[in-house]
Write a protein that binds this ligand. Structure first.
Ligand code: IMP
Ligand code: MG
Length: 173
């Protein structure tokens, strides 16, 4: 089934904002090496684009969790589907996420990462839906705050579809 998708944030605006975030992160981590952790699958498009705009040396790792089925509502359950390949002990870690909604996924992951002894641990998200927050999460870099709408594109899916849209679109359900 095809859905109606309205552009919420254009490709041009997303790209511009990612450039700004990359510049800010490069400045904040000047003289350091940065270890990026991508939360699959949604965070992958954003992480690639962001990483290309970071000027300090970067390494990457991937984590896969599931908190949603094919529905648009959070199950409240965070399951580790794939853990990190490398240790983060002593590293300057930046977690890269597509969207923070209830905050359940990231509050769980950030606590888990903290216990693994990184030198520093920060969080970067392309999108934030603050109105939906159930658990407080400390976000260090936010691309855009958006209203409580279900969005797709730039890595975000609806039932595994629309991740490849080059803009952020609102699904009219
Ligand atoms: P949280 O644990 O409720 O903060 O959920 C975060 C995860 O839910 C995100 O990483 C997304 O995978 C998914 N999610 C939340 N809102 C949306 C949305 O509007 N579109 C697509 N996925 C979403
Ligand atoms: Mg995600």
């Amino acid at each position: 089934m095809e859905h109606q998708i309205n552009v919420m944030i254009s490709e041009e605006d997303v790209n511009k904002r990612i450039c700004e975030m990359g510049a800010q992160i490069s400045k904040d981590y000047a003289g350091k090496e940065l270890h990026l952790i991508c939360v699959l699958r949604g965070g992958s498009f954003f992480m690639c684009e962001l990483a290309k705009r970071i000027t300090v040396p970067v390494s990457l790792d991937f984590m896969s969790v599931s908190s949603y089925g094919s529905d648009t509502k959070s199950s409240g359950v965070v399951k580790i589907v794939k853990d990190l390949d490398d240790s983060i002990q002593g590293k300057d870690v930046l977690v890269v996420e597509d969207i923070i909604d209830s905050g359940r996924t990231l509050s769980y992951l950030m606590e888990m990462f903290k216990d693994r002894g990184p030198a520093s641990l920060h969080l970067c998200t392309l999108l934030d839906k603050p109105d939906r927050r159930v658990i407080e999460v400390n976000v260090d870099y936010t691309g855009f705050e958006i209203p409580d709408k279900f969005v797709v594109g730039y890595g975000l899916d609806y039932d595994q579809k629309y991740r490849n849209l080059p803009y952020i679109g609102e699904v009219i359900i």
